[in-house]
Design a protein around this ligand. Structure first.
Ligand code: FAD
Ligand code: NAP
Ligand code: SF4
Length: 678
C-alpha cells in the first residue's frame, strides 16, 4: 500500500457501514440498464470496477414510474420481477467487497415520450415533448413510487440508492423557478419548491430503514437562467440532510445549459470549490464531481477540505482498476479518461451501448477476451499511433515478443498534434500511459526507424501489424502548391509560422481543432488550465448571490490571435457531424473567437491575393496570408501493399486500414480486438 494518496485511500465511516476508500463511481447510463438480456454484461462491467477497488458504485438511472422514463422502455425499477435480475449485479459487486447504489432518476420534462410530466407545462429547449403539469395526486403517487423503488433496490441487494436531484431532471425542475411556476404548496418560495425532494428522501428513509445509503445528487450550480442562489442551494441541502440523506453528491448544470460542464476543455475539478463551500455547512459527507480524472486531483480536493469523497464516472470506464492502482502507488499505470465523450456519452445519446475510447473493453468485458496463445511469436508492429500502441501493448501482455517501430522520434502518432490544441491537453495523458505500458509489457520500441518490406524480411518476424496511419489529402485546387498553402501537420507539428489572416479548408474535426489553435494567443495559458479565464470565457460566476451562476455575466473570451475563415464544400451548418455532446462546445468556442464559418463553398484558386471561392453569395476572394489544408486523410498503405503476397501474415489496423471517418476510437478498438486473437 502506498502513502501517495493517504486520504483517497482511507475508509469513510458512514456509521452503519464503512466505505473502503473515497472513490465513488458516479452514475452513467451505459445502455446496459434497459434490457435484462444485457444483465450478464452489466454485472461483468460493475464487477470489474468493484474488483478494481472502487468503494462505491452508482448505477445508471432507473425510473420509479413510466412517466419518469428517459425514453420508452428505458430502465425502471417498479416491480418485484426486477429483483432477481438485479441480484446478478449486486452479487457480482459484493463478491469483491464493493458497494453499489441504484440511481433513481425521474426524467420529468427531459423524458423523450409524450407521457412526460413536470412541475409546470413548460417545454425544455432540448426536447420536442411538452410536459403535462403534474397534479397534487400525481406528486403524491410519485413520492410513493420513489419509496417503492428504493425498497425494491434494497430487496435486490443494493447498498443504497442515489436520488437524482440535479442536471435539470424532474426534481431539479421542481427546485428551480425556471421550470416551476406553480402557486400551490409545491411552487413559489424555496421551501415549497424543495418539498418534493425533501419528501422523497424522507419517505425513502422510512421505507428502507436507517442502515441503507441514501445519496442525494444536488444541483450546486444550475448554469441556466431561473436557477437558484447559493442561499437556496444551501437551504435545500440542509433540508435534505435533515430528511435522512447519508451523502450529498454534487450536480452541476442542467442538460440544457449553454456552458460545458464535463468535456475535455473544462478545467479539472472546475466546480469543486462549490462542494467545499457546502461541506462547511453540513454534517453529512459531501462528494465532489465533474472533471476529476486522476488520483492526484482527487487527493488534493480531499486534502484541501473540498469534499469527503470524489465521484468519477468516465475515469472508471477508462480504467476499472483506478482505485487499486492509486492504492498500490501505481498511479502512472492508470489509463486516464481524456473527457472526449466519444465512446461514452456520445453513444448513450445516440442510444448505443457506451464504451470508452481509450478502453474498448468497457461494457464489453465478456466479449473482448483473449484467445489462448499456442506459441510465443516474434511480432512487428509498425506505427506507434493509437492503433499500433494499443496492438503492441496487448500483444506484449499476451506474452509475445513484440517490437514497435515508428519513423518519428516519439510515440503517439497524430495524438502529438491533438495534444497541442488548447483544450485538448488531456491527450498528453494517453501518450504517457501508453509509454509506461510499453515498458511494463516488455515491448521493444524502435523510434526514428522507417520500416520497409526489406527490414521485416531481414529480421524474420512471424507476423506484422501495420498501423502506419494516414497521409493528409491534398485537394485538387488550382494554386494548391502556392507558398502560402500549408497542411495541418505544418502548423501543428512543424510549428511553421502562420500569418494573421488564415483560411482553413475543411471543417472536420481537424479543421475545427486547427482553427481553435490558430485563434489562440499562446502568450496566455489555455483557458482549460486557468479556471478564472475559463469562467470568464463562458460567462459564469461562483458568486453566491448570483442565481444559477450565469446572471449578470457576459462571456468574455480572450481576443482571437488571428482572423480565420473556416470553409467547407457541403451546404450544411459547419460542425454538424462533430460529437453529439461536444460539437456544440467547439462551435461556440470558435464563434466566440469570431471565426467565420463558410458553407457550400467551391474552391476556385489560390494565388497571391488569397483564396478565391464561389458560394451562394457569389464569387469572393478571401484576402488571407495562409491557407491551411484540413481536407481529410487517405490510408497510408505503402508497407501493407509491399508485404502483400510475401508469405508473411499481415494485419492492417487504424488509419492504414480505413481513413474515412477514422478516429482514435475506431483505431484503438480495432487494434485491441485484433491483438486478443493473435
Ligand atoms: P497515426 O496516429 O497516424 O499513427 C501512425 C504512425 O505510423 C505515425 O506515428 C507514423 O509516424 C508511423 N509510420 C507511418 N509509416 C511508417 C513506417 N513505414 N515506418 C515506421 N513508422 C511509420 N481522433 C479522435 O478520436 N478524437 C480526437 O479528438 C482527435 N483529435 C485529433 C486532433 C488532431 C489535430 C489530429 C491530427 C487528429 C485527431 N484525431 C482525433 C484523430 C486521431 O488522432 C487518429 O484517428 C489516430 O491517431 C489514428 O491512429 P493510427 O494509429 O491509425 O494512426
Ligand atoms: P474529416 O472529418 O473527414 O473532415 C475532412 C473535411 O475536409 C471535411 O470537412 C470535408 O468536407 C473536407 N474535404 C474532404 N475532401 C476534400 C477535398 N477533396 N477538397 C476540399 N475539402 C475536402 O477528417 P479530418 O478533419 O481530417 O479528421 C480526421 C479524423 O480525426 C476524423 O475521423 C475525425 O473524426 C477525427 N478527429 C476528431 C476530433 C474530435 O474532436 N472528435 C478532432 C479531430 C479529428 P467538405 O467535403 O464538405 O468540404
Ligand atoms: Fe473518458 Fe472518452 Fe473514455 Fe468517455 S470515451 S470514458 S470521455 S476517455
Amino acid at each position: 500500500m502506498s502513502d501517495a494518496f493517504p486520504i483517497l485511500n482511507s475508509p469513510l465511516d458512514l456509521g452503519f457501514t464503512t466505505l473502503r476508500n473515497r472513490i465513488m463511481m458516479g452514475s452513467m447510463h451505459t445502455g446496459l440498464e434497459d434490457k435484462y438480456k444485457d444483465y450478464k454484461d452489466f454485472a461483468a462491467y460493475f464487477e470489474a470496477r468493484a474488483k478494481g477497488g472502487t468503494a462505491l458504485i452508482v448505477t445508471g438511472g432507473f425510473s420509479p414510474n413510466l412517466e419518469g422514463w428517459l425514453f420508452p422502455f428505458a430502465s425502471k425499477m417498479t416491480s418485484r420481477s426486477a429483483v432477481k435480475h438485479h441480484k446478478l449485479i449486486t452479487d457480482a459487486v459484493h463478491k469483491h467487497d464493493g458497494k453499489i447504489c441504484m440511481q433513481l432518476l425521474h426524467a420529468g420534462r427531459y423524458a423523450y415520450h409524450p407521457l412526460s410530466v413536470s412541475a409546470s407545462n413548460i417545454k425544455s429547449p432540448i426536447n420536442p415533448f411538452k410536459p403535462r403539469e403534474i397534479g397534487d395526486f400525481g406528486i403524491r403517487r410519485t413520492i410513493a413510487a420513489f419509496a417503492k423503488s428504493a425498497k425494491l433496490a434494497q430487496e435486490s441487494g443494493y447498498d443504497g440508492v442515489e436520488i437524482m436531484g440535479s442536471e435539470g431532471y424532474f426534481l431539479n425542475q421542481f427546485i428551480c423557478k425556471r421550470a416551476n411556476q406553480r402557486t400551490d404548496r409545491w411552487g413559489g418560495p424555496v421551501e415549497n419548491r424543495a418539498r418534493l425532494s425533501v419528501e422523497i428522501v424522507r419517505r425513502v428513509r422510512e421505507a428502507v430503514g436507517p442502515n441503507f445509503i441514501i445519496i442525494y445528487r444536488h444541483s450546486l450550480l444550475d448554469l441556466v437562467e431561473g436557477g437558484n442562489t447559493w442561499d437556496e442551494v444551501l437551504y435545500i441541502a440542509k433540508a435534505i440532510e435533515e430528511a435522512g440523506a447519508t451523502l450529498l453528491n454534487t450536480g452541476i448544470g442542467w442538460h440544457e445549459a449553454k456552458v460545458p460542464t464535463i468535456v475535455t476543455s473544462v478545467p479539472r475539478a472546475a466546480f469543486a470549490e462549490l462542494t467545499g463551500r457546502l461541506r462547511k455547512e453540513l454534517k453529512i459527507p459531501v462528494i465532489a464531481s465533474n472533471r476529476i480524472n486522476k488520483p492526484e486531483v482527487a487527493e488534493k480536493l480531499l486534502q484541501d477540505g473540498q469534499c469527503d469523497m470524489v465521484s468519477m464516472a468516465r475515469p472508471l470506464l477508462a480504467d476499472p482498476e483506478f482505485a487499486i492502482k492509486a492504492k498500490e502507488g501505481r498511479a502512472d499505470e492508470i489509463n486516464v479518461c481524456i473527457a472526449c465523450n466519444q465512446a461514452c456519452l456520445d453513444h448513450t445519446f445516440s442510444l448505443k451501448k457506451a464504451s470508452c475510447l481509450v478502453n474498448p473493453r468497457a461494457c464489453h468485458e465478456l466479449e473482448i477476451k483473449d484467445t489462448p496463445v499456442a506459441r510465443k511469436k516474434k511480432l512487428a508492429v509498425v506505427g506507434a499511433g493509437p492503433a499500433g500502441l494499443n496492438a503492441a501493448i496487448e500483444l506484449g501482455r499476451k506474452g509475445h515478443e513484440v517490437t514497435l517501430f515508428d519513423q518519428a522520434a516519439e510515440i503517439g502518432g497524430q495524438f502529438n498534434m491533438a495534444k497541442a490544441i488548447p483544450g485538448k491537453e488531456e491527450f498528453f495523458e494517453s501518450i504517457a500511459f501508453w509509454k509506461r505500458q510499453l515498458e511494463l509489457k516488455g515491448v521493444t520500441t524502435r523510434l526514428s526507424t522507417r520500416v520497409t518490406e526489406e527490414l521485416i524480411q531481414a529480421e524474420k518476424f512471424d507476423e506484422v501489424v501495420v498501423a502506419t496511419g494516414i497521409k493528409p489529402r491534398t485537394p485538387d485546387i488550382p494554386g494548391v502548391d502556392h507558398p502560402k498553402v500549408m497542411s495541418y501537420i505544418d502548423v501543428l507539428l512543424h510549428k511553421k509560422p502562420v500569418g494573421k489572416k488564415v483560411a482553413v479548408i475543411g471543417a472536420g474535426g481537424i479543421g475545427f481543432d486547427v482553427s481553435e489553435y490558430l485563434a489562440h494567443d499562446f502568450s496566455h495559458p489555455s483557458p482549460t488550465l486557468d479556471l478564472e479565464t475559463w469562467k470568464k470565457e463562458w460567462g459564469i460566476t461562483f458568486d453566491p448571490a448570483n442565481p444559477g451562476g450565469i446572471a449578470n455575466m457576459n462571456p468574455e473570451p480572450p481576443a482571437p490571435a488571428r482572423e480565420i475563415y473556416l470553409c467547407q464544400r457541403k451546404d450544411e451548418p459547419l460542425g454538424k457531424r462533430l460529437g453529439k455532446t461536444s460539437g456544440w462546445v467547439h462551435k461556440a468556442s470558435l464563434r466566440s473567437r469570431h471565426v467565420r464559418f463558410l458553407q457550400g463553398v467551391e474552391y476556385l484558386l489560390i494565388d497571391d491575393k488569397g483564396l478565391h471561392i464561389m458560394s451562394a453569395k457569389g464569387p469572393q476572394i478571401l484576402d488571407v496570408d495562409n491557407v491551411v489544408i484540413c481536407a481529410g486523410q487517405d490510408c497510408l498503405r505503402e508497407l501493407a501493399d509491399a508485404l502483400e503476397g510475401k508469405n508473411i501474415p499481415v494485419h492492417v489496423v487504424g488509419g492504414a486500414s480505413v481513413a474515412s471517418e477514422l478516429d482514435a476510437k475506431r483505431a484503438i478498438n480495432q487494434a485491441v480486438r485484433l491483438a486478443v486473437t493473435i
